[in-house]
Design a binder for this molecule. Sequence first.
Ligand code: HEC
Ligand code: HEC
Ligand code: HEC
Ligand code: HEC
Length: 493
Amino acid sequence: MRLRSIVSIHKRWLMIISFCIAFASCIHLSFGQERKIDNMFLELDKKYRMPEQWSALPFELEDPYKRIKNGPPLVNIVYKVNVEWLSRWIANPKKVVPNAKMPALGLGFDEIQAVIVFLSSIAEKDVPQVAWDDFLLKKEDDLSEDEYDKMDKVYNAGKGVWGRARCTICHPIKGVGGNVGVGPDLGEITTKINRNWLHSWLGNTKGHFPDTLMAQYRFTDVDVRGLVEFVMRDTQFIPEEKDEETVADAAEPEIKVLTEKEFSGIRNDTALIEKGRGIVEKARCFVCHDIKGIPELMPVVERKRDGLAGFEKVLYDIRCLTCHRIQDKGGTYAPNLTFAGSKMKMDWEGEFLQSPDIIRPLSQQMPKFNLAESEAKAATEFIEKNLLFKEPLPDFYKEGPPTADIIAAGEKLFYEKGCNTCHAENITKGGGVVGPNLATVGDRLQPAYILYHLKNPQQANPQGVEPNFGLSDEEMKQLVGFLMDHVKKKEGK
Ligand code: HEC
Ligand code: HEC
Ligand code: HEC
Ligand code: HEC
């Protein structure tokens, strides 16, 4: 079904609509009146037509937000989390992770115990055991000075990876950050997961959760080990110590927790396992989770992803559409890429994808995914060929570059209109930081797109704050000429 093209639906609608229109005009004709299309049909047409500027794509885009089960698969959950955490979570998710989406299901401790024993009984395979240097498994206080230094090196390398990877763009930490709005709060993650699982997750997220919204970074093993050290040791991932008074004052009863010791006493109790299975069925955990051995009431259509290649694979692995939008799929956090091929210059884009640079200083940067050159190339080629306006945009400079006079007139206009209150156009001169720095905008944007943007800034970005200056053609021509002349070799002139 993946290849069922949107176009065919589109065609079907067009047929229905044309039929309606024909029908309507027949009625009109039969009354001997002027041919006129009813507004209602035009409205309908607009609603169901693919926006006419989009081009048809060679494959159907997958919208990562439309996943069948919103929760992760539970098959191997006992290898990811400890049972104490598990019992607290099932009792009341929001008390464990502030931005949890799972509802509290009102299960009592006995029932929770049974559910955990059942979940442990369906576990298939443990995460691969990683060989860690001995000292990395020690508590900080137990490290010798020499060991501490070695550990600290790994930790600091991981801290750097964490920063470049911009993990906090998706994950809040103790309620702060997470602007994309998709990742769990990691503020107490050390109470949940173990280092082997974390190592395995960072190296192969999709192996644990094929529908995950998280990007599969191209990390090296050294990157992953550093990240593990950083996440397992940095205090931001450890619960804040509660002072005794607030604990004592808390009127709410403490949630009863299943200890590892209690768990090992009951884990092979077959009657309890069966009881747990019954509870999981009744509580309908399977509506949100893939759980092996639970009869499915909702048919799951597994997505076929074998043999993905080129940009389709990059899109799936990195999950570009968790942040970006293409046509009617994906998120709205990052710039819309539907017309990226008509907007950006491809040399710039290839470089950017491999090593993202700051474009808009006030908003967040794109994370560094460490795309291979071949992946960046596949993305760029696809974008250049497919993410285009169907009708090429008008371009003042198809025939040749702007003259020195036009550039000078554009410069004058840039300052007269006050573009510099939001933009710097030169590295040394300074200027506003509300909008992107335009010092090398000629390397980044196609001249025709700069014109399209200036005609109506909201057309490209409905949330944009740039005012519509109502510029004349002549003024736009001068500004475009001035800006397209802003290329790297002239930087800082
Ligand atoms: C594009 C958004 C995004 C980015 C960027 C991202 N993550 Fe995630 N991450 C998620 C989502 C979403 C989940 C939960 C699984 C799901 O729902 O798909 C997750 C899950 C996790 C988990 C498991 C948490 C749990 O409680 O089960 C860890 C650990 C994690 N991410 C670490 C990281 C680290 C480290 C980075 C940076 C290298 C990172 N993430 C970057 C979106 C993201
Ligand atoms: C309405 C949907 C829904 C139902 C029903 C539901 N869950 Fe969840 N569950 C989620 C979501 C979503 C998550 C991911 C974490 C989050 O953001 O809440 C989750 C996370 C979990 C986790 C942590 C998984 C991990 O990898 O970190 C466990 C364990 C879990 N659920 C168990 C259960 C059990 C057991 C039941 C039934 C008794 C159940 N859930 C019912 C939505 C649901
Ligand atoms: C975690 C969120 C996230 C993911 C995932 C992501 N990006 Fe981005 N991307 C951004 C942000 C934020 C910006 C804006 C950067 C800036 O303005 O400095 C951006 C900018 C861009 C731009 C420049 C767009 C413009 O109009 O200026 C392109 C092209 C781009 N991303 C392509 C991709 C591709 C291709 C992928 C997948 C391989 C991807 N991005 C994955 C967040 C993301
Ligand atoms: C009130 C602040 C403001 C003013 C004034 C302003 N801009 Fe912008 N401009 C922005 C912002 C914000 C963006 C980024 C839009 C986005 O992220 O889509 C932008 C984007 C741009 C872009 C790049 C578009 C892109 O998507 O990369 C160009 C070119 C541009 N402006 C030119 C101008 C010119 C020329 C003027 C004066 C005629 C001007 N701007 C005045 C705020 C402003």
